[in-house]
Design a protein around this ligand. Structure first.
Ligand SMILES: *Cc1c(COP(=O)(O)O)cnc(C)c1O
Length: 363
């Protein structure tokens, strides 16, 4: 629960409204986010989905353009591309589910392809550096959906700062949150200026596009929420340490359980502990995940019905045939996310449930 100083900051921000030219909390938050993650610029927006749509708009991507999206992702990534007016094109998973298959990605890159979105599900950046090299050679913009990856580093770089723009969510449940919100990070001033203009109906000027020259959107972050986000950003180091401890605890307690293979970090990666992560080798892994959810162990497939995006009914308009590795990657995933409210006892209980159920599962 936010402490009194957070409420006071929110109340003070409310009391200053309407003050459309000030945005002092938003501006302060942007400076603090950029500093915290080692980026040149941050642009605060109203959600993680809005961050992705805004990033694409800042890159000049819209109607008639194609954007490569991993099939291993949540529907929000796909919806953000559709909202920008572009066409999502699904890319299969690499072997062992580690990021996107670069051969499939290259084969789907054509004249209309303008960008690729890497999605760091469960806080894992997978093959992001190989992908960045590939995007550079093919001349594609690289946008990172780092909504679950606040605090992950890869070869010393913060997740979301490897590509052209990193997109983040401040929704409840993400490691920094203010209820609803988001932000993007970039080292490119022109992209940051265009993102800032697009977010507020193109009312501020940007290189190559003066104020009022285009239609944008209202993806602004409200001042009181920016005040709360600033407060929670100060607590971020503690929140990050807590998630890492929670993930380590659950992995330790489930260690060496037949049918569950822990998914190790990629080379040079330090994950943020957003989720504990296993590959399920038991039969009917989706049913197993659903059973765990029913017994109180939250997980992405069982609780949130995570499905490979190309098979999701809402994405049928963009379906490109089956992508078998992506489907298998999602179906065999056991990703157990944490919140700051999950106690050590709760996590030990989840571990017990996971071990018992794995041992009793049909084989
Ligand atoms: C949460 C999330 C989003 C969307 O963020 P919102 O703030 O809910 O719009 C997008 N992508 C991923 C991977 C997420 O986890």
């Amino acid at each position: 629960m936010p402490d009194p100083t957070a409420y006071e900051a929110m109340a003070a921000a409310l009391a200053r409204m309407p003050d459309p030219d000030s945005y002092q909390e938003v501006r302060a938050l942007e400076g603090e986010l950029a500093a915290a993650f080692g980026a040149r610029r941050a642009v605060a927006v109203s959600s993680g989905t809005a961050a992705i749509t805004t990033a694409l708009a800042a890159c000049g991507i819209g109607a008639d353009d194609e954007v490569l999206v991993p099939a291993v992702t949540v529907v929000m990534t796909v919806a953000a591309v559709a909202a920008a007016g572009a066409r999502p094109v699904f890319v299969d998973a690499a072997a062992e589910g580690r990021g996107m298959d670069l051969a499939d990605l290259t084969s789907k890159t054509g004249p209309a392809t303008k960008a690729v979105i890497a999605v760091h599900l469960a806080g894992r950046t997978d093959n992001i550096h190989d992908l960045a090299a590939c995007a550079r050679t093919t001349g594609l913009r690289l946008i990172e959906d780092a909504c679950q990856a606040q605090g992950t580093t890869s070869r010393g770089r913060a997740a979301g700062t490897v590509g052209d723009i990193g997109c983040f969510s401040l929704k409840d449940g993400k490691i920094i949150s203010c209820g609803e919100g988001g932000y993007l990070l970039t080292d490119d001033d022109a992209l940051a200026d265009r993102a800032a203009a697009y977010r507020t109906h193109w009312q501020s000027p940007a290189p190559g596009a003066p104020a009022g020259s285009r239609l944008g959107a209202n993806h602004r972050l409200a001042e009181p929420l920016a005040a709360l986000a600033r407060h929670n950003l100060q607590r971020f180091p503690d929140a990050l340490a807590q998630r890492r401890q929670q993930a380590a605890r659950l992995h330790r307690a489930v260690d060496a359980t037949a049918g569950l293979e822990p998914i190790a970090p990629a080379d040079g990666e330090v994950p943020n502990g957003y989720s504990a992560l296993w590959r399920v080798t038991l039969p009917e892994p989706r049913a197993f995940a659903t059973r765990l959810a029913g017994l109180g162990v939250p997980n992405s497939v069982g609780t949130h019905r995570l499905t490979a995006a190309h098979l999701h009914p809402a994405c049928s308009g963009y379906a490109t045939g089956d992508l078998p590795r992506a489907r298998a990657t999602v179906d065999t995933l056991l990703a157990v996310p944490f919140t700051e409210h999950d106690t050590e006892q709760a996590i030990e209980q989840w571990a017990l449930t996971i071990r018992q159920e794995a041992a009793a599962w049909k084989s």
